[in-house]
Design a binder for this molecule. Sequence first.
Ligand code: ATP
Ligand code: MG
Length: 753
Amino acid sequence: MSYLDKLNPTQRAAAECTEGPLMIIAGAGSGKTRVVTYRIAHLIDKGVDPFNILSLTFTNKAAKEMRERITAIAGPDAKNIWMGTFHSIFARILRVEAEKIGYPSNFTIYDTDDSKSLLRAIIKEQQLDDKLYNVNFVLNRISSAKNNLISVAEYKKNEQIQADDFSAGRGKLKDIYEIYAQRCYKAGAMDFDDLLFKTNILLKQHPEVLHKYQHKFKYIMVDEYQDTNFSQYNIVKRLAAVHNNICVVGDDAQSIYAFRGATIQNILNFEKDYPELNIFKLEQNYRSTQNIVNVANSVIKNNKEQLKKDVFSENATGEKIKVLRAFSDNEEGKIIAESIIQERSVHGLNYQDFAILYRTNAQSRSMEESLRKLNIPYKIYGGLSFYQRKEIKDLIGYFRLTVNPNDEEALKRIINYPVRGIGDTTLNKIIAIAGERNLKLWELVSDFHLHVTGRGVEQVMNFATMIRSFQAMLSTHNAYEVAEHIAKQSGLLRELHADKSIEGLSRYENVQELLSGIKEFSEREDIEDRGLGQFLQDVALLTGDENNKDKDDKNTVSLMTIHSSKGLEFPHVFIVGLEENLFPSQMSLSSRQDLEEERRLFYVAITRAERKLTLSYASSRYRWGSLNNCEPSRFLDEVDPRYLDLEFTANKQAATAYSEERVGGKERAEFAAKPKIMAKTTQMLPKAHTPSPDFAASDTSQLQVGMEVEHERFGFGKVINLEGNKPDIKATIFFKELGQKQLLLKFAKLRIC
Ligand code: ATP
Ligand code: MG
């Protein structure tokens, strides 16, 4: 039997249609990636030299898997295919051609940390306000300019951009962009976006180079085409211009990177660019059971901006989809860990058959803790395990130093983070003097003025005073009180909060999540010592077992954000945290486009499941340092109840004593599936707020972080930060409907609830 017989007739026709432009826009699990794989094998089989094939994938993992499959069919020559991510392939080409655009062939690639540190230096030299010109924000702006092929000169000329920057008080962005570009150039360095941006420049300015690669790449293929940005689109278009043998596959329903500049326009443009285009539609899903496919369809049909597709499955009907409800995020983790144990033993499954998908990185904490408690091996993909993340280690560094001032690693880690004028020179001096005088670092630091004079003394003394003030709280306050105080007073929370980029928000959420975990710890009734020292010990025990490191990932549960799960598949998938303001995320609630992108994300998550899908939500979750009631996600209401397991109730064991204690035994944690019974509206956009009848702005001088407030127009919210001095105190408030806003208290029409 030929390997092509392993494709259905339409897939096969697409694989055999090797000449001319080809587009497959088809639903999840319909075999798009499989077609690309077999198509390449077929090309090699027909005698095409693998060196003439370019195949672009979204992740290195996908490239590796594809290459392995092709090798299995077409033999070892498959190693010569040009296959990889956009970044890896074009970095490779730039290595050969860089000198033509003035870079050395051994140019350095700056990673995000390098880029940020350079930008920080520039912002400082230019004496700009580093809050207004927050480094992550600036890097995002430069990145998005590059991904839209806007050079420094064009940035300066573009009236719209200039007007926007100017009205935001950031008129100097153009200068930062210019200096940054010059410095990178001088240093012979390219950042990630440059790898594509400079490739565009190379191909545009050097026809002979373009010609060479146009002839080299006789066949070009792009998987996950829906998530390419303008810069990538342009490269592909140029390269394919001679042979026109370009095949793109994707699914508009899975476009989830609009926030990074990917645009559906690329799919629409493709039809315009190639009028003689062959379009194939694949509608049969081979991955999932009928119930899973039906659930996915029932969700995605709520999106207005969607190309019409009728995806169906001929696989078994399969089990209905379960919806689990837990009382808290921790209990959600516990219930899921227990189901994994149970499913595994009842159905003889392996750990690798399970994946837990979440919307935000911070959610991994409660999952990880529950899995560790039951000794379930797991691996986090596309991200670090919670306690390995930098911002978490930084804050824990403060805790460690507070509890144990002799912890030198902790001291070195945080003495100048956030930046407080104790640079490397001073730190090196501290280390050297301590060595000479045989002192512990802290002994030297805490009496620094007795040992050293001159630069840096005052800063070091201030630092020591701050740490001593934290230590003074240890005997009188519980872990949460000390931790929260440290997070604020150290400046760490402020530093993270100022960063409004997607990554910055995620770091801020992670720290809030850590504080929430500590709060829960401080409220436990089953332990005597609720101090910070005890908490650190618990964490050390959790993270100390190296069980999660370098483990053979063959038999581990996979944990990842939904974004990282694209293209993958697992027999049993859990999608957790299906709550309003979490998924869909708070930030997506103000526009239809954003909400539709969230829904596509939910669609991606559902369609990762092969045999079994479980959705879960918690009715309370610690966020922003306090316990919040959560409403089930509107997405749960969108799932057609015919495919839900409405009978599935009460695994009573799952109702832990812990939760009973917490809610006073009033209710029990149940597995419940009652989507239509959930009393809640499913509006797309927040309603305008009608103030309470007795609304009158109240005296806000008593306002404190954590308080609930009502704003005349913005509605209800919670105070998450206060900064500045009277009368100019600024409050950051998270409004239920609108998300985060910063208000000057003296003008805000607020009422403390
Ligand atoms: P996604 O949109 O999630 O990237 P996809 O369209 O790329 O999905 P694939 O990953 O190629 O889909 O295929 C999904 C699953 O179905 C894979 O396990 C694949 O091997 C299997 N499959 C696809 N087509 C067939 C077929 N004709 N016969 C048997 N199995 C198939
Ligand atoms: Mg795929």
